[in-house]
Design a protein around this ligand. Structure first.
Ligand code: FEO
Length: 395
């Protein structure tokens, strides 16, 4: 898309990837995505903040065609979707200097073969004067790679945050117009990309909010001209507070596990606990990740294949372990044909989750009245654990 002004002397070049449906061959993109680069024009110098994904190289380069000079290129994050076209930008503007963090200088050299002599490392807090505008760099490591940093332009009260606060949304909207849509996309983004770094994000959030800005310009999705909306959302997501919710990924082969899952869902609902159930045969893993942001309990439902859990449950358990949600309680239910090690194997897949196991219900064959009674007891144990835990909001 054409460059559009977001502040005096600052333009956004939003490269919208309408048709992309998968990121990193892993993350579903139901709404596509965008990669935003920003031109900051001072009286003496001009800077470009980030580039775009190599798939949309021409979208960015066409917008830079009529630019006479470019003095600086800021790389806030070395991942391909923002840094992949930096070599083209540096070739187009041979006198431009690439500004990045110390860690990024190594990564850009190894990942993209950027010549070291084109790179100038900037320190945390360092300022570069463009004339009437200043680039101030704020190191924000592990949001979500070790080298990530943000850029603040105090004269414009604008914070450029790269992936931080981003949302995978393909849109022509320059600014957030549909808060509900962006909230869902930003929460999905947080869940899939940022959640494993919740503690460090909390610290970075505090550092950034000490700055005086009225706009956040991320490198994915629309720009926040009312940043309180996304700052409040992030504060909520990273807070230790959990909701009175259960996330229940499951799969069933011949129906027995499904019968148990459906009974447990009903029992939990009768106890006032909200359940987010996901049939792993058809689910969007992004939705599962979103549900993990707030829930207090994870319950896994699996049949036994040979002697272990279904492979889809392996995958979901590994994913939950990687994402490190703030769940505090867990349980495992399911059925088996003749023998099973499913419980031990699932427990071994989630060492990162520091959970109290509230119960396991493993049934040989179809559930019986006794199985259903055990599931009722499990629902009561979940409701009680939530009610007794001051960090779980039950009202
Ligand atoms: Fe949008 Fe971590 O790249």
């Amino acid at each position: 898309m054409h460059a559009r002004a977001i502040k005096t002397g600052i333009e956004a070049i939003c490269c919208v990837h309408w048709e992309r449906r998968l990121f990193d061959s892993l993350v579903p993109l139901p709404d596509g995505t965008s990669y935003n680069a920003y031109l900051v024009r001072g009286e003496k110098a001009t800077a470009l903040i980030d580039s775009t994904d190599p798939d949309l190289r021409d979208e960015l380069m066409n917008q830079l065609e009529n630019l006479e000079t470019l003095d600086y290129v800021v790389s806030q994050h070395s991942e391909q979707d923002h840094a992949g076209v930096l070599p083209d930008v540096l070739a187009r503007f041979p006198s431009a200097t690439l500004l990045c963090s110390e860690k990024a200088s190594e990564m850009l050299a190894t990942h993209l073969h950027v010549a070291p002599e084109r790179i100038r490392v900037v320190a945390d807090g360092e300022q570069i004067a463009l004339g009437g505008k200043t680039l101030q760099f704020v190191y924000t490591p592990w949001v979500h790679w070790p080298e990530t940093m943000c850029t603040y332009v105090p004269e414009a009260k604008c914070l450029f945050s790269c992936d931080f606060f981003g949302s995978h949304v393909a849109t022509t909207d320059l600014f957030v117009t549909d808060q509900a849509l962006v909230y869902e996309a930003a929460k999905r983004y947080y869940a899939e990309i940022m959640m494993p770094f919740r503690k460090v994000i909390t610290r970075n959030l505090e550092r950034l909010t000490a700055l005086d800005f009225d706009m956040i310009a991320p490198s994915h999705g629309p720009i926040y001209d009312k940043p309180a909306f996304i700052l409040d959302a992030y504060r909520d997501w990273v807070s230790p507070t959990m909701k009175n919710e259960v996330v229940l990924p499951y799969i069933s082969m011949h129906g027995s596990t499904e019968m148990m899952v459906k009974h447990l869902i009903d029992a939990l609902a009768r106890q006032g606990v909200t359940v987010h159930a996901f049939d792993l045969a058809v689910t969007d893993i992004g939705k599962l990740a979103i549900a993990l942001v707030d829930a207090a309990t994870l319950i896994v439902g699996t049949p036994t294949v040979h002697i272990g859990p279904h492979p889809a449950v392996y995958y979901a358990s590994h994913l939950a372990n990687m994402l490190k949600p703030k769940v505090k309680y867990a349980a495992i239910i399911g059925s088996y044909g003749w023998s099973s090690k499913a419980i031990e194997q699932i427990a071994g897949l989630i060492p990162n989750l520091k959970v109290d196991v509230l119960g396991t219900v493993l049934q040989k064959g179809m559930p019986t009245n006794e199985t259903y009674a055990q599931l009722d007891d499990l629902a009561s144990a979940v409701a009680k654990a939530h009610a007794d835990d001051a960090s779980v909001v039950t009202k």
